[in-house]
Design a protein around this ligand. Structure first.
Ligand code: ZN
Ligand code: ZN
Ligand code: ZN
Length: 258
């Protein structure tokens, strides 16, 4: 199936610009240096519209990139920059007239149920409404309306989280180690999206050098880096990357085969 990926956000948890930061990237006039919190939107042709993570900036991202339908949400993990937009899915519930399916690993399901307890506890009064979410724990590969989803376990520091593979496309945000059993799940990719926070090493994210090692081993046709902090100005960083590897930016769209 053909699908279009939109990078809704490509920034690290603080976003870029960072509040109160005097650096050049945070004051850049290049729109590609304005990075909201990390998320992608997968629009499968004649198929489901899937959000990977529901980050802090979801509302602004949906407005900026004309997202008007969400059939399912996949959570990579429960850090705030990946879940804090969940309340905004109320609009999709209203427009679509129903609940939205959401999928996450067991610990992330628990965190989401605790963080958003009001969603999962019947309200005594409707008020502005609460999101209608049907949250299911992921246990191996599954499908959403014909879209096959392969969860790819990766390590985000000590914490095991999930990346996702859809056909020839894989999205691995927030990671700094791929365990032995996950490498075979990432063979033969056309497009790999991978965490590359900055040049300096970090305890829970790949650096640019670390991400390039992963790309060299997996040899996807194209690779795009995301979850980028203000240490990496777009133009200069991108120009120094090897052929076939690019920094993603908010609003970037890719055609992929899922
Ligand atoms: Zn993150
Ligand atoms: Zn800065
Ligand atoms: Zn994280």
């Amino acid at each position: 199936m053909k699908a279009q990926v939109t990078f809704l956000g490509t920034g690290t948890s603080h976003g870029v610009p960072m509040i109160g930061c005097p650096c050049d990237t945070c004051h850049s006039t290049d729109p590609r240096d304005r990075r909201t919190r990390p998320s992608i939107y997968l629009d499968v042709e004649a198929g489901p519209k899937v959000l990977v993570d529901a980050g802090t900036d979801l509302r602004q991202q949906a407005l900026a990139h004309h997202v008007s339908r969400v059939d399912a949400i996949l959570f990579t993990h429960s850090h705030a920059d990946h879940i804090m937009g969940l309340d905004d899915v109320r609009r999709f519930n209203v427009m679509q007239g129903g609940a939205i399916r959401a999928f996450a690993d067991g610990p992330t399901c628990e965190d989401v149920r605790r963080t958003f307890q009001y969603i999962f506890t019947p309200a005594d009064q409707k008020g502005g409404g609460v999101p209608e979410i049907v949250l299911t724990a992921i246990d191996g590969a599954f499908a959403i309306d014909g879209l096959s989803v392969v969860p790819v376990p990766v390590f985000h520091g000590r914490r095991p989280i999930l990346g996702f593979r859809f056909g020839s496309f894989a999205y691995l945000t927030d990671c700094n180690r791929i365990p032995d059993e996950s490498w075979p799940l990432l063979e033969g990719l056309d497009v790999l999206v991978l965490d590359a926070l900055r040049h300096r090493p970090h305890p829970t994210h790949y650096s640019v050098a670390g991400a390039l090692e992963v790309v060299a081993r997996l040899e996807p046709s194209r690779a795009f880096f995301t979850h980028i902090c203000h240490d990496l100005p777009h133009e200069a960083t991108n120009a120094a990357l090897p052929a076939g590897v690019e920094l993603a930016y908010d609003g970037l769209r890719l055609d992929v085969e899922v």
